[in-house]
Ligand binder design. Sequence first.
Ligand SMILES: Nc1ncnc2c1ncn2[C@@H]1O[C@H](COP(=O)(O)OP(=O)(O)OP(=O)(O)O)[C@@H](O)[C@H]1O
Ligand SMILES: [Mg+2]
Length: 238
Amino acid sequence: MPSDYPLAAEGIGKSFGSLDVLKSASMWAEPGRISTLMGRNGSGKTTLLRIAVGELRPDYGALHFGGRSADRHSLPKLARAGLMFVPQRGICAPHFTVRSHFRAMASAYDLGDPAPAIDAARLEAFLDEPVRVLSGGERSRVSFGLVHYRRPTVLVADEPLAGLAPKDRDPLFRVFRDLAEAGCAVVTSGHDAIDLLRLSDVIIWSVAGTTHHLGSPREALEHAQFRREYLGPGVRLD
Ligand SMILES: Nc1ncnc2c1ncn2[C@@H]1O[C@H](COP(=O)(O)OP(=O)(O)OP(=O)(O)O)[C@@H](O)[C@H]1O
Ligand SMILES: [Mg+2]
């Protein structure tokens, strides 16, 4: 039952004007696992994630968080209850220093020493820089350093690999895996098929306004229609 998961959105519909983006789409976050939404550009992945975390209202469908059902979610409320949402643009305020982001997080959630998170995201050199002077990939490291520090129970990260060089993805993968091993339910999205198939435990395909839960990355790779319509012929794991 989706309502048993820490975060779920079920049978979601959403239109923007005459554009029916979602007709019956579902996603759920499983504790200890990394679930990844894949699908073509404009298929509604970001829309579904924003609805699930309460940033956008659905036209219809059911939402669940921590065993409770609701017609709508409030992101600030969910955040206080342990959810973290990292949109594609990240979670940093450009004019504040990296250090002040960690301080704000510490006082909002009563957290301890940020040093291990700063170290894991390799942020020592930037601590006193305002985020606006950092490169896109460095900003992304700040966002995921903050995730590491906060240690959410549910993490929803939209396209976390976008703009990250292959070598710079490893620390991010470690943060995701480390969180999942500690029981966090992680949901992500993106187009870097090989990396995401390697990172994930569960693949959800977003297509034609709906979603198909394909199972493990290996099962997804064996799904003929997913291969044909999304991955293309060149993608393999070995
Ligand atoms: N606030 C909005 N107002 C109007 N149209 C929107 C809005 N948000 C999304 N859309 C439209 O809904 C469709 C789905 O957008 P969405 O961002 O969810 O796709 P996506 O699957 O995340 O795509 P991508 O892989 O490019 O990130 C697109 O056609 C987009 O233009
Ligand atoms: Mg998107």
